[in-house]
Design a protein around this ligand. Structure first.
Ligand code: FAD
Ligand code: NAP
Length: 339
């Protein structure tokens, strides 16, 4: 067996919250063979298998009684190039931001708005990662996954992934699909998305009049570095709650009471509220209890100041959910995957 198994392994380095829990078994998968071996071994031992990437969208609430398989496969290849549209495939274990930078170095546009998102390529389709007006569904060209129920490989096209706001068929069926590699359709001509938030302003502050995709990547990276805590310094899993999408009537009623309410009308007539604004307005920004807290600059981000447990972080999240429901009549849904 090429797979190297560790018994009672610490998962602290493998979750961006830095929660100190252990896995009964841990292994890294560098190839499809490793993945198959892990599935077989877990089945033989009657152990659940938990697949992780960079651990940047996880909340671990206790020791994990499972074989935790961390995707560490590497490889990026050009599959098609007609001079304008270029299809690139990357293995699940590739680090997302390094992959984005690689595409930009090749002169390819499409992923620049998704710069500096932590994690791996294989996890990106799980919640259809998105930032600054772009989601991976916008450049998705297919993926190869292993059906853990049948052991067979399956190719997914865009329409089969059921991508939604931080959602996909893979998230809707937890534990069924193990994503092995993902394909993206990128472009040699830059079709830039600059309309979102402070992107244009940052480019002009940087003196960039005619931005390239790499300029946009640098601008977004600089905004993100200022606003978001670096998990290497302060444990976090990015936004802890999704932005709630509510009926237009409720948004209008709230706007009467809270004129500063931030809302974005959606194509279906509903309104997406900024969850961070609701949490901040409710007074949670900078809140801290023991080592679990709400970030002092970005209320959407829960943080671990050192020794918070997953249970403490989850309890804080629940308190915030109850408070927001009572104050605004709005339900906040958690974004990270809780185990
Ligand atoms: P993990 O946390 O390891 O896993 C996430 C889920 O996917 C788990 O359920 C896991 O079981 C499953 N999984 C992982 N790999 C595979 C695989 N190969 N096959 C099947 N299932 C798999 N997200 C955004 O959408 N936009 C952002 O702008 C953003 N910014 C962030 C900023 C910070 C500072 C942090 C800490 C997080 C941010 N996130 C953001 C969340 C996170 O980075 C993404 O969700 C990322 O895609 C998670 O990747 P990962 O490899 O760390 O996944
Ligand atoms: P921001 O720019 O302060 O904006 C606050 C919220 O308003 C965002 O959540 C965003 O929703 C929404 N918004 C802003 N401009 C919008 C527009 N023109 N149209 C529609 N909605 C708009 O947000 P931020 O916290 O600094 O994050 C910036 C981007 O990075 C966002 O896209 C955010 O989703 C992403 N991000 C995600 C995570 C994560 O863990 N999921 C962590 C950090 C940043 P959306 O979130 O729906 O885009």
């Amino acid at each position: 067996m090429s797979l190297q198994l560790q018994i009672n392994a610490s998962l602290k380095p493998f979750n961006s919250f830095g929660v100190d829990v252990r896995a009964s078994l841990f292994a890294q998968a560098r190839s499809d063979t490793d993945v198959h071996e892990a599935l077989l071994y877990a089945a033989e031992q009657k152990l659940p298998l938990l697949v992780i990437g960079g651990g940047s969208n996880l909340l671990l609430t206790g020791d994990v009684q499972a074989l935790v398989l961390q995707m560490a496969s590497r490889g990026i290849r050009l599959l098609e190039d007609d001079g304008e549209r270029v299809v690139v495939e990357a293995e699940a274990g590739e680090v997302w931001h390094a992959f984005v930078l690689w595409t930009l170095e090749q002169g390819l546009s499409g992923l620049e708005n998704l710069s500096l998102i932590p994690g791996t390529v294989g996890a990106a389709p799980m919640q259809n990662i998105g930032a600054y007006g772009v989601e991976i569904k916008d450049v998705f060209a297919g993926l190869t996954a292993l059906d853990r129920h049948t052991g067979e490989l399956r190719e997914f096209e865009l329409a089969e992934c059921n991508f939604g706001y931080r959602d996909s068929v893979f998230k809707q069926h937890p534990g069924r699909w193990l994503i092995l590699r993902v394909r993206f359709a990128l472009s040699r001509a830059a079709h830039l998305h600059l309309e979102y938030g402070p992107v244009r302003q940052r480019l002009s502050e940087q003196g960039v009049e005619h931005p390239t995709a790499s300029d946009v990547s640098r601008a977004i990276s600089s905004i993100r570095s200022e606003k978001l805590p670096d998990p290497a310094v302060l444990g976090n899993a990015g936004s802890f709650f999704k932005n709630p999408v509510v009926p237009a009537l409720l948004a209008a009623e709230l706007k009467l009471v809270y004129p500063g309410l931030i809302g974005y009308p959606q194509p279906d007539g509903q309104v997406k509220l900024a969850a961070g604004w609701l949490i901040e307005t409710a007074g949670w920004k900078g809140f801290r209890e023991a080592d679990a807290g709400v970030h002092r600059l970005q209320s959407l981000v829960l943080v671990n100041y050192g020794s918070a447990t997953g249970v403490q972080l989850l309890a804080l999240a629940h308190r915030i959910q109850v408070d927001i429901e009572q104050r605004f009549g709005v339900q906040l849904e958690m974004e990270p995957n809780v185990y």
